[in-house]
Design a protein around this ligand. Sequence first.
Ligand SMILES: C[S@@+](CC[C@H](N)C(=O)[O-])C[C@H]1O[C@@H](n2cnc3c(N)ncnc32)[C@H](O)[C@@H]1O
Ligand code: FES
Length: 450
Amino acid sequence: MEPFRFHLFVCTQQKPEGVQSCSAGGSAAVLDALDRETQGRGLNHDVQLTTCGCMGLCDEGPVMVVYPEGVWYRRVQPADVAEIVDTHLRGAKPVEHLVWNDAPAMKAMAVEHEEKFHAAMAARDKGGTLPDRLDQMIRGYMPSRCLLTALELDIFTAVGDGANAEQIGAKIHANVRAASMLLNALVALGLLAKSGDDFKNTPESARFFVQGSKDNHRNGLLHIANIWHRWSTLTDAVRTGTRIPIKRDETPEWTRAFISSMQRNAKDRAPLVVKAVGTAGVRRILDLGGGSGAYSIAFAKASRDVRCEILDLPEVVALTAEYVDRAGVAAQVTLHAGDMLQDDFGSGFDVIMLNAICHMFSEEENRDILCRAHRALAAKGRLVVQDFILNPDKTGPQHAALFSLNMLVSTDTGASYSEIEYTDWMKAAGFADVSRINLPGPSSLIVGQR
Ligand SMILES: C[S@@+](CC[C@H](N)C(=O)[O-])C[C@H]1O[C@@H](n2cnc3c(N)ncnc32)[C@H](O)[C@@H]1O
Ligand code: FES
């Protein structure tokens, strides 16, 4: 039984450079074209597109199979996709010149491929070759560093609608020889295209990295570029047990990129938090370390009756004010410049939020914040902690375990914590009905009631 009229499997297997594979033959572009064409013709609910690994027919790739008929196509190119969609998916007739139906030859090729593959793997293993997975992990910083440097130099904006290395080098005030090397590497990474001497942005780069584009993420991503420098101190931080201050830390530009990055993370999550917490009976919210104000803004927009107070560091609240004003909710949101480790929180709040806060502090600091939050809540008021929560043995999820190191290199005493730790601290602070709410994505809520 097929839940769809057609189920398409497209091989997107990647292989080491120089080895024939469907991905090297352009299967990603084929997949994109299939997605576009099936959507464009209103077939998206009838056709299931699935990527798959190597089928052993790599020399004839990109390879795809259409079920329920079991029709195999080889050497498919994006230009073939419209014909496949019209003739096969709409007209129920396979595209003959792409069909591969020589079953004995196909089977022989697949068997030979499998035998060669196992022999090559066995030879590598015997020779003590470093597995690809480890090799890629070791070198993983190289593509990342290229993209971060391109963002720091604002290369994608300089490329604009197309330019050569000299023009781009002049715009970003860079050495032309070195800029050419970076531009070529960005082409190799699929982030730029090159035609003759001219470089062009890919649609993705133009959308996400160019100043002026509606979906430009550069400002927030510069925070990742900034913390890359902190991660370079990881070895010494592990030796000494805490962060190693670096020169470029926490300038006004650093803070602006940080808060922009926080806003980028929070803007999609905030409505989910509002939904999980609800606004019934909620009048006063305290948003500790509110950053861009994304969560207070979402609550204010969800209910005209809600009033939010954001406490954040003096250098941040000026930026928070910009986001709150832009969202048009300034009448519902009050800003306080201060220090949550020292300042009195006030009293009578229905909800206190700690979104992405506890990971900055030690267990003792968090216990103290939770006790003071408990006192600042009205009867039956709720504390909402949002964070990346570790499993009990702290080895996962991967994002939370890596984020703990992000806090090691960024803070004096911060870390990721487990659900058991949060629950213990909240119960010790006097909270009842402590429970966890998982959100889509890497963070969860721990909620307790006074
Ligand atoms: C990781 S960000 C989270 C921002 C926001 N809650 C969110 O989730 O988007 C941490 C925030 O806490 C603020 N912060 C750090 N230390 C603080 C302190 N001692 N007192 C008040 N705010 C602080 C930072 O300025 C920053 O806005
Ligand atoms: S890589 Fe696609 S069939 Fe082998």
